[in-house]
Write a protein that binds this ligand. Structure first.
Ligand SMILES: Nc1nc2c(c(=O)[nH]1)N[C@H]1C(S)=C(S)[C@@H](COP(=O)(O)O)O[C@H]1N2
Ligand SMILES: [Mo]
Length: 514
């Protein structure tokens, strides 16, 4: 096809398709290289992770609220849409000459390079992934462009129509990209799961078997006391779960200590293991929200390990770092409390830590929100001052110290459901980790507060289930609950948002009886 001044031009459709094929080839190449130099250097992953780190807190909160644990999928879909538009644009801008498209590829490559440079867990070799993406993207783009353009100039020719040739080319490039990407996927996944399975039982030396009988009212709609691993909430900044090679993994304990220590997995595992049932929750949990779970963790007593290292009495912060660069700072006096039970967890509910929950080792500190304590994929502990270091979320506007707030939640009836009028059991959970729940009260409509029946207390570090039966007339109703902890503090009705240190307010549920 030629325009009036005789310059050959591609038709729009082909130009767009060429842009998309170049994009697919580029991403596939980067993904393949990432199989050798680190999964997080794959262009989509690197840029996605950088986007997560740069996302303002309000937007991140919105994403967690709107999409829950699917927020990462939504991010990847959004990025794919943007890239697709850019790829088509690159094609359309280059209908006669490939230069503008190549320039756009160069810009995208630079974005990938910057994203990889920003990661602490990737070495310089990781730059190969975005660079190779860019080179292959540009090569595929120019070569498809040249062929399509010469077809367009020739018009018709004996050996098959140009349209057909373009189709065959496009399909083979797409198939090649698919194969390359699949190889990269195969290389980047799978190894830690087999290492994890080979670990065998992590048997605690001291075991206080948690008698679970009577500890929940699951039949009335409360959660079970122990959350199965598959249902345990998950919150982290990792687009791709870090896959730790046990043979290379080390835990360093250093900073303001007399004796810096380094542990291999086997050395850590050889220390006396303890088992503790602990409820964890996220500061981003809204009133009534789902980001709370409980597990039986097995691991090494963190206080004893720190005493072995000899902590400088003037130190203030336990600053922990994940293999993926995430950091958290916990108040050292809390971690060192004799009865706190801070743990380097190796196991969860009878198996080694699941990969999403921090394999091989994470921190768990009863009573502190996860972002200031519960570093997953742990590799470094630095004993330091508050001034020297700031955990990941602190410069993003969250509080430096964040004990878990006393809360309660109604699980049954669930919001908007219809129940039979008459006897209705309202049931839920309440928590004041490391303090304990003294009382839960429930109110139907504008009626008086009524004390709920509490399930058996397993320990002060776990949530407490409750229930209360009401006689309910047909119509619309609202139930409200509030908890009082062992210090005598009752939840405030004042509604405050999750930032900077956790939401407050009473949970209300509306339902209809008929
Ligand atoms: N490496 C790493 N550890 C992390 C996080 C993270 O983003 N990266 N998030 C923290 C937060 S905010 C919470 S609430 C808990 C959640 O732990 P879970 O996903 O096992 O429930 O992990 C903490 N540890
Ligand atoms: Mo969190």
């Amino acid at each position: 096809m030629s325009d009036m001044d005789g310059v050959a031009r591609l038709d729009r459709r082909r130009a767009g398709i060429i842009g998309v094929l170049a994009l697919l080839s580029a991403l596939a190449t980067g993904h393949l290289l990432a199989g050798f130099v680190g999964a997080n250097s794959s262009p989509m992953v690197a840029v996605g992770n950088a986007t997560i780190d740069l996302t303002p807190s309000w937007l991140k909160e919105f994403a967690i609220r709107a999409f829950g644990t699917a927020d990462k999928l939504v991010l990847l879909l959004g990025m794919s849409a943007v890239l697709l538009v850019l790829a088509v644009a690159a094609g359309l801008l280059s209908r006669s000459r490939p230069a503008s498209g190549v320039a756009l590829i160069a810009v995208l490559t630079a974005v990938g390079v910057v994203a990889v440079l920003g990661r602490s867990d990737l070495g310089q070799f990781a730059l190969l992934a975005p660079l190779a993406s860019g080179v292959v993207g540009a090569m595929v783009f120019t070569s498809l462009h040249r062929r399509a353009l010469s077809d367009a100039e020739e018009g018709t020719e004996p050996s098959g129509s140009p349209r057909r040739r373009f189709l065959v080319h496009s399909l083979s490039v797409a198939a090649g990209a698919g194969a390359v990407a699949a190889t990269g996927q195969w290389l980047t996944s799978g190894n830690p799961e087999s290492a994890r399975r080979a670990i065998g039982p992590l048997a605690p030396a001291t075991r206080t078997p948690t008698a679970l009988a009577g500890a929940d009212f699951a039949a009335d709609g409360t959660p079970t006391l122990i959350t199965p691993n598959a249902d345990f909430y998950r919150i982290d900044t990792a687009l791709v779960v870090p896959e730790v090679d046990l043979a290379d993994w080390r835990l360093r304990v250093h900073g303001m200590v007399e004796r810096p220590l380094t542990f291999t997995y086997d050395q850590l595992r050889a220390r006396p293991l303890v088992e503790r049932t602990i409820t964890m929750t996220c500061v981003s949990n809204e009133v009534g929200g789902p980001y709370i779970s409980t597990a039986e963790f097995v691991g090494v007593d963190l206080r004893e390990l720190l005493l072995d290292a000899g902590v400088d009495p003037s130190a203030e912060q336990l600053f922990s770092t994940s293999v993926d660069g995430f950091t958290a700072g916990s108040p050292l006096p809390v971690v060192l409390e004799e009865d706190r039970g801070a743990l380097l967890a190796l196991g969860m509910n009878g198996e080694p830590l699941p990969i999403e929950h921090g394999f091989p080792v994470r921190i768990v500190v009863p009573g502190l929100y996860g972002y200031v304590s519960a570093t997953k994929w742990l590799t470094d502990i630095e004993v330091t001052s508050w001034d020297a270091r700031q955990g990941y979320w602190i410069p993003r506007g969250w509080a430096r110290e964040a004990p878990i707030k006393t809360h309660s939640r109604i699980d049954a009836p669930s919001r908007g459901t219809e129940v039979d009028a008459g006897r209705v059991v309202v049931a839920g959970t309440a928590w004041a980790p490391h303090t304990g729940i003294r009382r839960v009260e429930v109110r139907l409509d504008d009626g008086p507060w009524r004390r709920a029946e509490l399930a058996r207390e397993v320990g002060i570090d776990t949530w407490r289930m409750w229930r209360s039966a009401f006689t309910v007339e047909p119509g619309e109703h609202v139930v409200t609950c509030r908890a009082t902890d062992a210090t005598g503090h009752t939840q405030t009705p004042v509604r405050r948002p999750v930032a900077p240190d956790g939401a407050t307010g009473w949970h209300e549920v509306r339902f209809t009886a008929s």
